[in-house]
Structures are given as C-alpha cells and as structure tokens.
Design a protein around this ligand. Structure first.
Ligand SMILES: C[S@@+](CC[C@H](N)C(=O)[O-])C[C@H]1O[C@@H](n2cnc3c(N)ncnc32)[C@H](O)[C@@H]1O
Length: 244
C-alpha cells in the first residue's frame, strides 16, 4: 500500500490472511511470523504485563475466564494460561477466530485451558457476561470503523469485569519499520499485510472514541513499545473482581 496516500486517515485494505481461499501453506507461514513477532517484538510481553497488573486484585487460586477474539494461532491465550499457572491462578480462555483454516491451525497446538471456537468479532457466539475479561490483539485494524464499534460492544456484552484491546498504531514511522522488517524476514502474506495493517490502523485516540461510542466506560489507552497501544475499558455493568 503506497504511503503517498498519507497517514492522516485510515486506508482500508483487505488483508491477504483474511481471504477465505488463502493458500494454507502461506497462511501457516504468516501465522508463524505473527507468533515470532509476538515473541520478539513485545506483543506477548505487553499482554503479560497487563495481566500481572490485573492479577494483583484477584483472590489467590481463582479461576479467571478470558475470551481472546481474532486469536490467530492462539499463542497469546497459551501465554495467559502459562502465566496464570506461574502466579497460582487457573486461566481458561475461549479463543475465537473467524477464519476456518486459522482456527484449525490453532487446534493443532496444545489446547490445555483453551476452548477454540470459530466466530465473528462483530457478533460473538458467546453469552452475555460469560467471561471475566474479553480481549483482542491485532484484530481491530482488520475492521471498518462501524465494525470496530460493533466489536467493542460485543466485548463489553460478553465481559463481566473488563475489556482489553491491543493493536498497532498508525504512523509513518511504524509503517517504515514494519515495511523494512517484513521485507527482511517476512513471508509473502506478511510482506503485504504488515504495511497494510499500519495503513489501516487506528490512532489510540480514535480507538478510544469508538470504544466510548460502543458504551464502554473508564476507557484508558496506553502506548507500548513497538508502535502498539493497549486500550482498557469496563463494560456498562462491570463487576468488581473476577472469578467464579
Ligand atoms: C493479525 S492476526 C492477530 C492474531 C493474534 N491475535 C495475535 O495477536 O497474534 C488477526 C486475526 O484476526 C482474525 N480475524 C479477522 N477478522 C475477524 C473477525 N471479523 N472476527 C474474528 N476474527 C477475525 C484473523 O483471522 C486473524 O487470525
């Protein structure tokens, strides 16, 4: 996607990994690179840092249920389950993805603590207030503004305690970084989807406005290493402290 279109607004692009008929071999390579990116470029670290902050308020030994929407190959849910065990909690994650091949790839890995479900971020197949925390990572930029509002509303509908959204932030610098990195280390899908993701990413304040428009309360955004941001909010009828 040409940077000449400017970065003042989003430029919407259909990412190759979202095509239902994507070549399975190429999709597997792209998912592998996304896992490497989470591992080495701060995605997993940022999520686990947020987890540790939340866990300070939990009673020891609690079972805490997350939903992770747009889960990809479910490496982030696995990291949550492992961190929970280290800290003495039982973490269960309902991991949701729309893409049939992607959810199949996720099911091929270890599934302890995970329930893997095919479903759409805009109309989740989960009951109201059925999880403690509802999250997504690197999904928001795949959605139009209207779809992002629907996604925030869905996260707020299914969560009892909180909503957490991680994504890339749109900027020339992040576009330059991701273009260079994906040219050096990328596969055919991430070489296209990486720069496209930045072109269609939200600024943190744009994401916050949409989250508030979707009815989330106490919305906060924080920037993280690697041109990422974390948005946190509470559902309209939040309960204090998770667990069951
Ligand atoms: C860039 S990947 C991020 C994967 C993972 N969350 C991570 O951070 O590593 C985006 C994922 O969102 C999924 N996705 C795209 N649109 C979706 C939708 N409407 N509902 C659910 N998942 C969707 C894609 O299939 C893909 O697996």
């Amino acid at each position: 996607v040409s940077p000449l279109a400017g970065f003042a607004g989003r430029v919407r692009v259909r990412e190759r990994m979202d095509a239902p008929d994507v070549d399975p071999r190429l999709l597997r390579k792209a998912l592998h690179n996304i896992r490497r990116c989470n591992r080495f470029l701060g995605g997993t670290r940022a999520l686990l840092a947020g987890f540790d902050v939340l866990a300070k308020d939990w009673a020891p030994g609690r079972c805490v249920v997350f939903a992770d929407v747009g889960t990809g190959s479910a490496d982030l849910p696995r990291a949550l389950v492992a961190r929970g065990a280290e800290r003495g909690f039982t973490i269960e994650v309902v991991a949701v993805d729309l893409h049939a091949q992607t959810i199949r790839s996720a099911r091929a890995g270890p599934i302890t603590g995970l329930e893997l479900v095919r479903g759409d971020a805009r109309a989740l197949p989960l009951a109201d207030r059925s999880v403690d925390y509802a999250m997504s990572a690197m999904l928001l930029h795949h959605l139009s503004d209207e779809e992002a509002v629907a996604h925030f509303a869905e996260l707020g509908r299914i969560a009892r305690a909180g909503v957490i959204v991680h994504d890339l932030s749109r900027s020339v610098r992040s576009w330059l970084w991701i273009t260079a990195l994906t040219r050096l280390f990328g596969d055919p899908i991430t070489r296209f989807d990486g720069p496209a993701s930045v072109r269609q990413a939200f600024l943190p304040e744009e994401a916050r406005a949409l989250a508030e428009g979707a009815g989330l309360r106490e919305v906060l955004v924080r920037r993280h290493f690697g041109h990422r941001f974390e948005l946190r909010g509470e559902p309209a009828r939040a309960t204090r402290g998770p667990g069951r």
